[in-house]
Design a protein around this ligand. Sequence first.
Ligand SMILES: [Cu+2]
Length: 239
Amino acid sequence: MKRIATVLLGAAVALGPSLSGAAYQAAEVKDGGSISGTVKLNGTPPPVKAIEVTKDKEVCGKGGKLVDESLLVGPKGGVQYAVVSITDIAKGKKWASEKFTFDQKNCHFVPHVLVVKTGATVDILNSDGILHNIHTFSTKNAAFNVAMPKFKKKIEKTFAAPEIVRTACDAHAWMAGWIVVSESPYAVVTDADGNFKLENVPPGNYKVEVWHEKLGKVVKEVTVKAKEETKLGVELALK
Ligand SMILES: [Cu+2]
């Protein structure tokens, strides 16, 4: 019996990667092109909400006024903290860095949205000198809920499967962030003006997914040509 169980377990593990698409392979990219553009809000941006700090006021207000970062729109309508990624790429450039840091600082997550590589070590910091309690909400990766008292400055975590993982803090109800786990390095977060650029993409046809926590998801078909920049404009609307 034990032997059968082992064999079955082996089969399940082997099936894992194929269920979530072929494993990504890093290789030299020749004549890569790029995909760049802006993610914009279609509609009038709602006013940015200030966060009412109800606890640890001496620390939580320190880095300037805390605001709700779930929808930040620049002066020209660009949406910050959208994630733009190629979802069907099997082979391409290697990750520029395998060092990932997600900080709890001035009582918010920094950055608000972090892209990390599957299986890489993510340093989760507490820079505040007060108690934070990071809590992740995931289904493909093991969820965790870890108290980080002021003396616990760092924990290390890895995320095995591609997934968009929401993070919260059980000590500060307003704290909200996202860890986006990706196999390929072709996943970027838009800047304060909604701009993004995916660089050094092997020529080919791709599906590009744009995701934002409040505005949802769209998928675009994109063709990348050797050494050329493909422009991609994306509009998302509040539902
Ligand atoms: Cu906290």
